[in-house]
Design a binder for this molecule. Structure first.
Ligand code: GMT
Length: 387
């Protein structure tokens, strides 16, 4: 198949997943065209069957901000027409699904692609349910040929919030398990002496609650010789730095910025700590599981479909710093338990979130959408309005 992919190229879970999906599909013989504002974060080096196209959205004194979504729509239409794309798969509803819809409408009927929209979380929970974006998000989902969500929790949230006329389908996120090595085989350069490592990885947005990371870490550091490694960049970084200074533990924390080969970094950790407000899935916890590292997270959102409390890690209430610290200390001071949790998580990552199985689910979905009988319009649309 000839497949177009649009995602946010920055270091967020949706862009990571979209890129890994494109790479996996290309290896299976499909031709992939990425249309994005800049090279996707994880798309490095030459990959056979993959082509990249970047959107130019020039500024003009009249515009307060350049109208990126319209430039994106034009670019998608150009690429779809030139390369005769069968399926356009957008990740994150806003603005990607809306832009792809405009692109499809601009094309002559025989060149129109099937539009698949994958919801990743904040596009529904934060952006999509904001009154300014609610209507366009709903419209984009209704007019997509298929809408998928990365967890059952997100599927349920979307159906409840938007009352769609067609069901949302859950397709879980996946990892390329072969790239992830188990903890015991790994040589780590971040360790000093017998110091333990707690690691947090995110884009430091408010939903990640990075100051909770620092507060709970302080309590762990009171009892264990441990260092906190903060991976990523984002708006809440300065808040984390400030809280660490107030608590007198700035010296125990290192901020190392974004990291492309996360699979080489996570095995350094004794614990991956993600106390988010909510996570629709939790790609970082899955990557930690694949590395055999226990996860401490919050029982909020789809993460409960990824981490099993007491088996691959621990889940607490959002903001329960005391419980987070206690579970963290337990994992850091009980190597046998930490090893057992790591091994269990690694096995779940290998079996339940296996790349081959999940990519095949997307392929089957695309094939269904290309069937001439596929219903690619909202059920309520009059037949005369159908493409
Ligand atoms: O919040 C992020 O890390 C970025 C965000 C995104 O859309 O790029 O992540 C969302 O999508 C990921 C991939 O499907 C999920 O693993 C994350 O749980 C989800 N983030 C939230 O729901 C907060």
């Amino acid at each position: 198949m000839r497949i177009g992919i649009t995602c946010h190229p920055t270091a967020g879970g949706s862009g990571v997943l979209a890129t890994e999906l494109g790479i996996a599909l290309a290896k299976r013989g499909h031709t992939i065209h990425f249309v994005t504002s800049e090279p996707p974060f994880r798309l490095t080096g030459y990959q056979q069957n993959i082509f990249s196209h970047y959107v130019d959205s020039p500024s003009y004194p009249l515009f307060r901000t350049p109208p990126y979504s319209l430039a994106l729509a034009s670019k998608i239409a150009d690429v779809a027409e030139e390369f005769d794309i069968d399926v356009w798969h957008v990740h994150y509803a806003i603005p990607n699904a809306a832009a792809a819809l405009i692109a499809r409408d601009m094309l002559p009927p025989e060149r129109r692609f099937a539009l698949v929209t994958t919801l990743h979380g904040t596009d529904i929970t934060l952006v999509g349910s904001d009154p300014s974006f609610y209507r366009i998000t709903r419209y984009a989902m209704e007019r997509s040929c298929a809408v998928t969500a990365v967890s059952n929790w997100l599927k349920d949230e979307t159906e409840r919030e938007f009352e769609l006329s067609k069901p949302v389908e859950t397709i879980y996120n996946f990892i390329d398990f072969d790239r992830f090595q188990g903890k015991s085989d790994h040589r780590c350069h971040l360790v000093e002496g017998d110091e333990k490592i707690v690691m947090h990885i995110s884009n430091f947005r408010p939903v990640k609650r990075v100051t909770d990371v620092v507060r709970a870490f302080k309590k762990m550091a009171d009892q264990v010789n441990v260092r906190l490694i903060m991976v990523g960049e984002g708006p809440e970084k300065m808040a984390a730095v400030g809280v660490a200074k107030q608590l007198g533990i700035a010296d125990h924390i290192r901020y190392i910025g974004n990291h492309e080969s996360i699979e080489n970094l996570i095995p350094c950790a004794d614990l991956v700590f993600q106390p988010s407000e909510h996570e629709s899935f939790g790609l970082v916890p899955l990557e930690a599981m694949a590395c055999g590292v226990p996860v401490l997270a919050t029982a909020s959102g789809g993460i409960t479909e990824v981490i099993e409390h007491g088996k691959s890690g621990y889940l607490t209430e959002v903001g329960d710093i005391e419980a987070m610290a206690n579970y963290g200390i337990e994992i850091l001071t009980d190597p046998a338990k930490a090893r057992a949790m790591g091994q269990y998580g690694r096995e779940i990552a290998r079996t339940r979130f296996n790349q081959d199985t999940i990519v095949a689910q997307y392929e089957a979905l695309y094939a269904r959408m290309l069937d001439p009988l596929a219903d690619c319009e909202p059920r309520s649309a009059p037949a005369s309005a159908r493409v």
